[in-house]
Design a protein around this ligand. Structure first.
Ligand code: IVH
Length: 702
């Protein structure tokens, strides 16, 4: 007679089986999330698995082996790519959709360069490849490093993976410059994508949503042998650092890349007018379906590199290029419900919960309805069939209702007048200047609203702000719910608090000794942070990444910014100083002043500065004789337009101000300069003419 198993043993056997099953499931989801860039379950669902797994281990410590997932750091696989700092930032492109916008784009360039409206202008037109951009660095003709775009300033080191892409040369042909960073798109062909998905499915492995995701997932493999098995391709279309230019036109550059051994897109042509560009756009669009790879538009670039240089950049996109996107893809589906999300500034955003539907190869289950007015305008009710649209990476949106399909019981949606989270009144403010009601309804709960607090914290730790490893949205939600972190400074007090707490973080489900240590180290590492990131993290209204950079560049230290912002009452000189920073203006100046006028913001800053030291900004511009100087342009310029001169100065790291003050370092005066020139003389500020400016700027770019 076999003895029945003791209850405890039986429980252990069951626990072991469940632990193994969960382990596999978690690993599969980790793979989808971290390696394939294509999660299939929500964070919350993942958390449930993870918690159960950890609870089993806690109950049965014998389950903890070397292979246990809890031995990996935190909830994420420990392995990581190294970071690569781009010597020349990787840019993005502005977008246009309509023909008229293409005409505007070309007209703007003419104006900027001071050309006659009908003067011919050579521009290239080429397909916009739907892959992921990659920067390949060659030294003495040899591939030494490959990096993803990342945030444009810092990418991931994918050198080992890129070496497995057959089309990318390891050694350049011909007479290539000593240092050459070739940039272009890594992509997967549609047929290869379909075959890969079929193979994955057969092997019981996860499949990819579209060729772009599969290219990204394949390149970002920690194990290069996996990348090697994936059919990736490359088109070269741009460059970063380069020791000598092999040509003086875009077309010439790309041809040179071809001579060095890179594939270039055969549909690239030279055009001479907006009409020409549009003609080629139609031509490429008509070939789109037949191409072996996905494209999502046509990119136009000014051909002459000298003109590209003169045109420069707006924010992070070149003024000399734009992407003419193909129309957005649409689909219809059923609106199941409308839920309200409360943002960092209290804005109530209605989100449509949809019957999942595939739009242009991606499954969409949520779409934005923007605001209350939009719901009214669309006359959308719950249960309706709606038309949704997805353009590129933007959040899908509901664009209309298919009224013929409306069911009898379709339910009108009543927009809440109270915050669904903190129940404070939610109001639409009246703009005192225009007397108009804001389309956005905002929760008035401010500091008492947990939703706002959590969103602010999420913003604070987000990728372009403090970017703290191991402290993502999920952890913020958890820590906030548990009362561990309620404001930014608490993050830096976490280790201290944890040391004093009765239940320690390391004893929590999903944590362990190592992950807690790593988290504290990551927090500690961010106690010194570039000023621009610090300013961006504060979440001041209208101060996104670009404006944070402008403020950081202008003020250089947080103390200087704070002092001016505190003094920036309406009509004050301090307000004018912020307003005058190139690219900012009245609205931003007011928002900055308002932020610093709030006592609780000031208190929070004091608390934060007890832990954090803002450092000089992450500069992308190398030192130039005018870097950090404040310049005023006045009078007419003859060799370039005023806009162009301003852009040139900013590119060299200078600040451009609109009026002369004691803070001005240099005045560039052309003929006809009046009061500003007089003021400069009065204040004893150095004044030069256009010729001298060009020499100075030229010396900086040499
Ligand atoms: S040019 C300054 N050309 O589009 C030049 N970009 O939306 C910057 N892309 O990050 C890029 N095809 O990944 C350029 N023919 C093409 C492109 C292209 C695809 C991508 C690239 C870039 C993104 C910008």
């Amino acid at each position: 007679m076999t003895k029945p198993k003791e209850p405890k043993k039986l429980a252990f056997a069951q626990a072991r089986a469940e632990h193994a099953r969960l382990g596999e499931e978690i690993a599969r989801n980790d793979e989808r999330y971290y390696r394939e860039d294509a999660p299939v379950i929500s964070d919350a669902e993942y958390d449930v698995l993870r918690r159960r797994y950890d609870a089993l281990e806690k109950q049965f410590p014998k389950l903890i082996t070397k292979r246990s997932l809890s031995k990996k750091v935190g909830a994420v696989p420990a392995e990581k790519f190294d970071k690569v700092r781009h010597k020349v930032p990787v840019l993005s492109l502005s977008n246009v959709f309509a023909d008229a916008e293409v005409e505007d784009f070309v007209a703007r360039i003419h104006r900027f360069l001071g050309l006659a409206a009908d003067a011919p202008l050579a521009m290239t037109a080429e397909p916009k490849i739907d892959g992921l951009s990659c920067s390949l660095r060659y030294e003495a003709g040899k591939l030494v490093q490959a990096a993803t775009r990342g945030d444009g300033y810092e990418g991931e080191d994918v050198t080992a993976n890129v070496r497995t892409i057959g089309e990318i040369p390891h050694v350049l042909k011909g007479n290539a410059p000593d240092v050459l960073e070739v940039r272009g798109e890594v992509y997967m062909r549609r047929a290869d994508f379909a075959a890969l998905n079929a193979r994955q499915a057969e092997a019981g492995k996860p499949t990819f949503a579209n060729p772009r995701n599969s290219a990204a997932g394949s390149l970002r493999q920690l194990d290069p042998s996996i990348t090697a098995g994936r059919p990736l391709h490359f088109f070269a279309y741009a460059w970063g650092e380069i020791s000598a230019l092999p040509a003086d036109t875009q077309m010439g550059m790309v041809r040179a890349f071809k001579a060095y051994g890179f594939p270039i897109n055969p549909l690239t042509v030279l055009c001479h007018s907006a009409a020409d560009l549009l003609h080629h756009y139609r031509d490429i669009e008509s070939q789109r379906a037949a191409l072996p790879y996905d494209i999502d538009g046509v990119v136009y670039k000014v051909d002459s590199l000298a003109l590209q240089d003169r045109l420069g950049f707006v924010s992070r996109a070149p003024r000399w290029a734009t992407a003419h996107k193909f129309p957005a893809e649409q689909a219809t589906t059923i609106l199941r419900d409308i839920e309200i999300q409360v943002g960092r500034t209290g804005a109530l955003t209605p989100v449509a919960r949809l019957e999942p539907v595939t739009v242009g190869g991606v499954v969409v289950a949520n779409a934005t309805l923007h605001n209350e007015e939009e719901i009214k305008r669309l006359k959308v009710r719950i249960g309706d069939t709606v038309r949704i649209q997805r353009a590129g990476d933007v959040i899908p949106q509901v664009i209309g209702v298919v009224f013929e399909k409306s069911p009898k019981g379709a339910k009108e949606y009543k927009f809440p007048e109270f915050c669904p989270v903190c129940h404070s009144a939610a109001v639409r403010e009246i703009d005192p200047k225009t007397g108009r009601e804001d389309v956005v309804r905002r929760c008035t709960g401010g500091l008492v609203c947990p939703a706002q607090a959590v969103e602010r914290l999420k913003h604070f730790v987000s990728r372009h702000a403090f970017d703290i490893e191991g402290l993502g949205e999920k952890q913020i939600e958890q820590f906030y719910a548990d009362g561990l972190i309620s404001k930014p400074a608490d993050i830096f007090a976490l280790a201290e608090r944890d040391a004093k707490a009765a239940t320690k973080l390391r004893d929590r489900e999903g944590y362990g000794e190592t992950s807690v240590r790593n988290l504290f180290a990551a927090i500690e590492a961010r106690r010194r942070i570039p000023l621009n990131r610090f300013v961006y993290a504060l979440g001041i209204r209208h101060v996104g990444e670009t404006n944070a950079r402008r403020l950081a560049r202008h003020f250089e230290t947080f103390a200087a910014l704070r002092a001016t912002a505190r003094a920036a009452k309406e009509g004050s000189e301090a307000r004018a100083e912020i307003d005058n920073i190139e690219g900012l203006g009245e609205v931003v100046a007011e928002a900055v002043a308002d932020f610093f006028a709030e006592k609780h913001n000031e208190d929070e800053l004091d608390a934060l500065l007890g832990y954090v030291t803002p450092l000089p900004m992450e500069e992308v511009i190398s030192a130039s004789p005018v870097a950090g100087k404040t310049i005023v342009f006045t009078g007419s310029l003859e060799r370039m337009t005023r806009d162009e001169a301003k852009a040139q100065a900013e590119r060299l790291g200078a600040k451009v101000a609109a009026s002369v003050s004691s803070k001005t370092d240099l005045v560039v005066a052309g003929p006809g300069a009046g009061s500003k020139l007089a003021k400069a003389a009065e204040l004893g500020i150095e004044t030069i003419d256009e010729e001298q400016w060009l020499k100075l700027a030229g010396a900086a770019t040499d």
